[in-house]
Design a protein around this ligand. Sequence first.
Ligand code: ZN
Length: 103
Amino acid sequence: MDRQAVTQTIRERMAAGILPRVIPPLTAPGRPTAPTGHINADTAIGVVTCAACDTRGAQVAYRFPDGRIVRFHGRCHRIWEDECRRVSLGIPVSTRPVDDDEG
Ligand SMILES: [Zn+2]
């Protein structure tokens, strides 16, 4: 899935409430964290599905205040962060460049 497709999917899922619109503290999969939450046992590092592009191999996990855990690839994570900032700043989608300007 290319960047534009991932970006579009992320936008749709944020609009639908599937993906959060705020950036929570980062949690690394497999690393011991505060006992307020944990990674579900039915998933494993390297085979978890990315919340943005629905393919396996997500490397970044976020745990949200409501206990939900969302995982992304590194690339998808950056796109989602960009979208969170855009939403939080109220920047219209149309002002975003359509070319891949971040590698
Ligand atoms: Zn992904």
